[in-house]
Design a protein around this ligand. Sequence first.
Ligand code: BMA
Length: 791
Amino acid sequence: MRAGLLEDPDVGLGELDQHWVGASTWLYSTELEVPQGGSELVFDGLDTIAEVRLSGRSLGSTQDQHLRYRFRVPTDLAGRTVPLTVTFFPVVPVAEASAEQVGPLPRPYAFPYPYVRKSACNFGWDWGPSYLTAGIWRAVQLQTWRGARLEELRVLGDLDLGRETGQVAVTADVVLDGTADEVRLRVRLTDPDGAIVGTDECVVTGVAASCRVQVDRPQVWHPIGLGEQPRYTALVELVVDGEVTEHLVRRPGLRSVSVQEPADERGRRWALVVNGRRVRVRGYNWIPEDPFVAEATPERVLERLDQAVAGGANLIRVWGGGYVVDETFMTACDERGLLVWHDLLFACSAYDESSEMLTLVRAEAEQAVSALSAHPSLVLWCGGNECVWGWHSWGWQQELDGRPWGAGIYGGVLPEVVSRLDPTRPYVGNSPWSGSVWADPSEEAVGPVHLWKEWNDRDYSHYRESDPPFVAELGWCAPPTWSTLRAAVPEGDLDLTNPVVRHHLRAEDGVIKLDRGVAQNVGSPVDPDDWIYLSQVVQARSQVAAVEWLRSRERCAGVVVWQLNDCWPAISWAAVDGEGLEKPVWFALRRSFAARLLTVQPVEPGSSLTPGAFDVVAVNDGPEPWDVEVRTRRLSVAGHELAAATTRLSVPGGETGRARLPDEVGRPADAAGELLLAEADGLRSWWFFAKDVDAGRPDPGFSARVQRAGPDTVAVHVTAQTLLRDLALFPDRAAVALGLAPRDVRVDDMLHTLLPGESATFLLAGVPQDRDGPQLDALLSGGPVLRAVGR
Ligand code: BMA
């Protein structure tokens, strides 16, 4: 693409024109000056089926994208400059040949991803294109060494809560060549303020050596919102015959983590406990940021993680169909206190358990567990995504007819590797999970679940029928921002009547499900602009309904929304689109993910909008107590008060307070014409007793006034004439109309609900003064830029 040989396949139907890329053989070549003495070529990542040749001689071949490979450089080439080539062969024929041997492996996608150790979603997924990549995707090094070298390094920081001490344990796997008299491993630990805590040293005799530094009165690393994120510095040196030949620096944090599963009346709970405290998880699932790894720059990854944090999340789940994340990602999470749940690389398929397969996956897990060991943000290893669920619930057993499907991986190889190499971290066999590969993981009684029935078959009000211990996935599709979709679909209407729009929607029966969600809740759109807006509103409302319900439940220790990011311009479950622009759902979730949440919820699980009784609930995830006076009113849509109640809630840190609403407040006389509004501490929570579609969805009435608020910023004051729901101002649409880049114009908030007569102000940043005038005023006062749902 950079050489101008290929059009951007994200645009139009370009995907269909690039399949030759993955079907071709690619040659990377350079010249290498071979140093004197023994040396090795180290490839941190080759994607995937490759052969490495030096001076025409084969050094070896690779078959696993996720593994680091080392090849010895022949000593007779020392001192010469010779050609180095890496040839990449098409992956599909290799996968198909393996499928011949292994037999059918049931899975929801036809792509042959389980037959080869390559990122599963690189073949295509239900949110991503099929751009089969091939190439050198991580660093390459030429290493020379004498006497000894470090093969792997594990640095584990652990807090002993009971004794209030900590320790940093360093284990090095060392390769010795027998030429040294003495090899030593040395560690120096410095505290977050730069003071030396201690040192340790030992003689290396075998293949592994361990050092340990005790930390008294440790500075504890905390998850975001619960304290600071101090990190220590461990300098690890390999000393060969008195000379430091290799050194590495790691930045461990001291904290403890476990999964606790106390029994309760429904089964068992499931919670991450960090530093002795149950963390109530508000998370996002992470997919690879781009199918072309070189495009997922550190800047983009950091921007995305910052969007998760700014959106109120305290955890990221790295989904198992992508890659093991890198240092940039993990360091960013360490610094921000963003917890990481990391899947190992298995997704939505049965997997073969041949000895060749087990050898590869064991090596992958060993490398991954070691590589990420020092990072305090990493709190959980998970065996994979929906593989155990598939076996129990997706009809695989018949097709497999007794053949292996991966149980020995999730229940055998992987937990063995984690417990051997990193006993400080918990492991779960898969997500969802009910405690064993043989237990049905859809069971809500135990362990993390994935809630997909609501999007797939029902409606989002049904989220409130669930009362699980933890939700690791749930989500709802919607278009990306208008500008992102327009760039990908240059011609025609931007709705599902356009085949190019449909090309960017990969969800199974996505058209039906999207349409159903809109029709059932707000009523059918009248034009393409209406379609984008209303389907985004439904996505936002669905996630608010799910998250606020689940956060209000004492039983539920976390909800991880599917999905944070997108890897191309997709109509998908993402909160941030493929151009890095926030969809309306991101703004909605920022409110629902706030550490202090006020919400009105039914007392008992159920999908009705007029259940028997309501609670007003104050969720306090912060460490400090929250004392709050909540005023709840039942109002007519015209804004008249019909009943009211005031209640005081004292909610300790990490807990939830609730109060039953009196019947006269909670029971509407006219469901379509009434609503509840709870208010406290500047927070507002709304409950509508009827769907907009059942209330007739009248036209929204509002007036808007545009005012310059700064050299770069415009304020748009909107006053409601009727009740307005989900009032939104779209900065990308304004940007394009003003000849600006969509990324450069940002809005501070959106999706406001206003009673008649109330006002809201949008701050639009990135609009220079030279754009002022009647045209700007008209642009920002309605039309596709400023929209609301009337009630
Ligand atoms: C879950 C995920 C993904 C998938 C998503 C949407 O099952 O684990 O595999 O993309 O749902 O269908």
